[in-house]
Design a protein around this ligand. Structure first.
Ligand code: 13P
Ligand code: SF4
Length: 314
């Protein structure tokens, strides 16, 4: 089907079914353009709690749809491709994470939102990259903490907060790929460019970055900055919003180690297409289903995170 027909059908279906389309900044431009809201992981969770729609179509990865369903259990939550996972969620199986947490029974368990519902159910407080520092700062300075699954974000937050959290050994396949050598070459070629990096990047990239932050924070920084050129070390989908908001600024994607592959595209995020979005709205499948007993355990640490975020105006 042609793109314009798909767009027309999606628009008719969302009206007919009182559906809302939420998309993450890493989605294809076509999906971002048709979404009711585009945001980071925290904003997607917040919209899921606020919407009066009957159906939420979450154009992102599975944990984002699952988080929306955990927070809004009476709504139907759909995802264009149910196999759109996340390498961080994959790196942290609930049974292994439970063993890890049980070996440190006096530790508070903090988990990144990029986890399954089963891992969230083992967690005391969830964080996203937007609020991780605020959440950790809200805990007493001498509290012993386990942080999983992203070791790069965990290490960065340890430095930001002066903590010594125990880190799970997980990482994101996209953010681990950025090449220090190639970024240094780019900086030499563009001495006027600022380097913007997501905290899932390796330590040596974060150390040379001019700004480290979540997807929304990277976009805000570039928009508010007087600078006109930026090297962007995160998933390439974000460039669409950055260029739309700042048509006169230049954004250069940071190169991955292996330049023969599209490693700075998240394989999982890019599984969603306009066609799958149309089919999912039409057939109301794949639907995210979360067992109620599990949901009740998983919702508590997410709500704690939302409370702390609200206190800080996030
Ligand atoms: P944000 O919460 O910063 O949007 O990050 C989500 C993510 O998956 C980063 O890889
Ligand atoms: Fe997960 Fe990495 Fe994709 Fe983000 S970019 S959804 S962390 S695999």
């Amino acid at each position: 089907m042609e793109k314009k027909d798909l767009i027309e059908r999606i628009n008719n279906l969302r009206k007919e079914k009182n559906a809302i389309i939420l998309a993450h900044y890493y989605q294809d431009a076509d999906i971002q353009n048709i979404a009711d809201y585009v945001g980071d992981s925290l904003a997607l969770a917040q919209w899921a709690t606020k919407t009066t729609a009957d159906i939420i179509v979450l154009c992102g990865v599975h944990f984002m749809g699952e988080t929306a369903k955990i927070l809004s259990p009476t709504k139907k939550v759909l995802i264009p491709d149910v196999d759109a996972s996340c390498s961080l969620a994959e790196s942290c199986p609930a049974d292994e994470f439970e063993k890890f947490t049980k070996s440190y029974p006096d530790h508070t368990v903090v988990s990144y939102v990029n986890t399954t519902a089963a891992v969230k159910a083992l967690t005391d407080i969830v964080v996203t990259s937007t609020n991780a520092k605020h959440v950790i700062d809200s805990l007493p300075q001498d509290e012993k903490i386990i942080f999983g699954p992203d070791k790069n974000l965990g290490d960065y937050i340890n430095k930001q907060t002066g903590r010594n959290m125990l880190l799970w050994d997980g990482a994101c396949h996209v953010h681990e790929q950025f090449s220090l050598e190639k970024i240094l070459e780019l900086q030499a070629d563009h001495p006027d460019a600022l380097l913007l990096a997501h905290p899932e990047c390796r330590k040596y990239i974060l150390e040379i970055a001019d700004h480290v932050g979540s997807t929304s924070s990277i976009i805000k920084f570039a928009t508010e900055s007087d600078n006109n050129k930026f090297i962007v070390a995160t998933e390439a989908g974000i460039l669409h919003q950055m260029r739309m908001d700042n048509p006169d600024k230049e954004f250069i994607p940071a190169p991955p180690e292996d330049s023969t592959c599209a490693c700075n595209d998240c394989f999982y995020m890019k599984m969603n297409t306009l066609e799958k979005l149309y089919l999912c709205l039409k057939n109301e499948t794949p639907e995210i289903v979360v067992d109620e007993e599990l949901r009740v355990k998983a919702v508590r640490p997410i709500e704690k995170m939302l409370e702390i975020s609200a206190k800080h105006g996030l």
